[in-house]
Design a protein around this ligand. Structure first.
Ligand code: HEM
Length: 198
């Protein structure tokens, strides 16, 4: 470790969560239902990771907590405006736009995986079949609706991931730091004097 990247920002849970999520999401997305068993287990992993992350957002370390990065829409817009004018402030944790993206990503991943589980449950014999048929989603029309909405959310999540990675690269260039490396090592350099908040 060098003193230039001396500040611990992302704890071990956040880093493990992130890279397992990347692997599980792309596995589920790429295999689709060609390998339904693999697709379903990758989906269960995504769901479990997201549920654990929700709990960690309450009890986790400083920059993992929702209170550290969930901001009002007005603040997010203000941050985006300052980005456009090249004056975005550097944040050690998620910046306000990044924080908003985390919330939307987590919401979309939850919607995708819950719909996927309901879709599996529309098959007779599945543990969830009783519930799915109870709410009227087990017939052909219900199954079709579930399948289309599940795919819609999966594609929406993929579009969010594209924006997320673009935001990460943009922010890395703007502040001359490697955010991807920080999500691996957990560490970042401290703010320079000119980067401190006025
Ligand atoms: C290979 C592509 C990806 C790269 C390089 C990447 C990189 C990063 C980085 C650098 C951060 C920290 C951002 C910051 O400094 O504020 C982050 C956070 C995050 N990323 Fe990604 N990401 C990738 C793919 C994904 C995918 C596929 C998902 C979800 C499906 C995802 C979900 C998240 C979430 C939820 C966080 C917040 C982490 C937390 O606070 O627990 N990322 N990502």
């Amino acid at each position: 470790m060098t003193t230039t990247n001396a500040i611990p920002v992302w704890d071990r849970f956040v880093r493990l969560f992130h890279w397992l999520l990347v692997a599980a999401f792309f596995t589920a997305y790429l295999v689709e239902d060609d390998l339904l068993g693999v697709h379903a287990w990758a989906g269960y992993l995504v769901f479990s990771l997201v549920v654990l992350r929700l709990a960690w957002g309450v009890v986790g370390s400083r920059h993992a907590r929702f209170t550290d990065f969930v901001r009002r829409p007005r603040e997010v817009l203000g941050y985006l405006q300052s980005t456009l004018s090249g004056k975005a402030r550097r944040h050690l944790g998620h910046n306000p736009a990044g924080g908003a993206m985390v919330v939307v990503l987590i919401g979309s991943l939850l919607a995708t995986t819950v719909l996927g589980m309901l879709l599996l449950g529309s098959e007779p014999g599945n543990n969830l079949y009783g519930f799915v048929s109870g709410v009227g989603l087990a017939g052909e029309t219900g199954e079709e609706a579930l399948e289309e909405t599940h795919e819609l959310f999966a594609n929406f999540t993929l579009a969010l991931v594209g924006l997320h990675v673009a935001g990460v690269l943009f922010s890395s260039l703007a502040h001359r730091e490697n955010l991807v490396r920080a999500m691996i090592t957990g560490r970042k350099r401290p703010n320079r004097p000119e980067e401190e908040q006025a």
